[in-house]
Design a protein around this ligand. Structure first.
Ligand SMILES: [Zn+2]
Length: 240
């Protein structure tokens, strides 16, 4: 009895079989054929109807790709509350991923007035615009980023490189957290903060200011002297 090379289900082959024969005389069942077709569609590899020219190995690779793509799509939609209405955008991001490159954060965002998806991986920052004619997402390696800042007033993420400054706004999903994740990746790439974790620099800074504010209140209420306040203040500011 022949088995489907995709799912190993036993097949009725022969004259009445609906399974497709591959170039190495193996067979593929109907549901697996559908998956391979959708892999072709998702990966923008053209529109394939018959697989006769493919070996079972090539078909299995495509099935793995399709499974990875579906997983990536689900992860973006579920983990980052992303409305993935435009799968063309997600496809571009997915096909751009290198081996071992994984998602760190993602969100719908505006670059200028261009709506798209901003994706942070463990290697770089990628942006893909809706209805963009560009085949690949625009991307920037963490190594090239001098700083990433969250601007609370405009709710923007500001990315500075030696050459340019980029602003991403309209970020739906936790923009401040997104920015701190980018910072974390930049730090890791630059081997800064290894061992010593500094994922939430913003939080540290704001808590320093909280302490300063409290010390200020202490001084006003006569709990500490002006000298004590000045001493504590300079100590705190050194930590920034
Ligand atoms: Zn199958």
């Amino acid at each position: 009895m022949e088995k489907c090379v995709g799912c190993l289900t036993p097949l009725q082959t022969g004259f009445f079989s609906k399974a497709e024969e591959l170039s190495d005389s193996t067979y593929l069942c109907d549901p697996c054929s559908e998956k391979v077709r959708s892999a072709f569609k998702n990966m923008d590899l053209g529109n394939l109807v018959y697989f006769k020219g493919y070996t079972s190995f090539q078909v299995q690779e495509l099935l793995v790709k399709e499974a990875q793509f579906q997983w990536f799509l689900r992860e973006l939609a579920k983990t980052y509350h992303l409305t993935v209405s435009d799968t063309a955008m997600v496809t571009k991001l997915f096909t751009a991923l290198a081996d071992g490159e994984s998602t760190v954060h993602a969100a719908g965002a505006l670059y200028g007035n261009k709506r798209g998806i901003l994706l942070a991986t463990n290697r770089r920052l990628m942006f893909v615009g809706a209805n963009s004619q560009i085949k690949l997402p625009e991307s920037i390696d963490y190594k090239e980023i001098a700083s990433a800042d969250f601007i609370l007033i405009n709710n923007q993420i500001k990315i500075t490189t030696p050459e340019t400054t980029l602003f991403f706004s309209g970020i739906m999903n936790q923009p401040e957290k997104f920015c701190s994740k980018i910072k974390q990746q930049i730090d890791q790439i630059n081997n800064k903060g290894q061992g010593e974790t500094r994922p939430f620099q913003n939080t540290n800074e704001s808590s320093l200011f909280d302490i300063l504010e409290r010390l200020g209140n202490f001084r006003q209420n006569g709990i500490i002297t002006d000298e004590e306040f000045a001493e504590q203040k300079s100590k705190l500011l050194e930590r920034l």
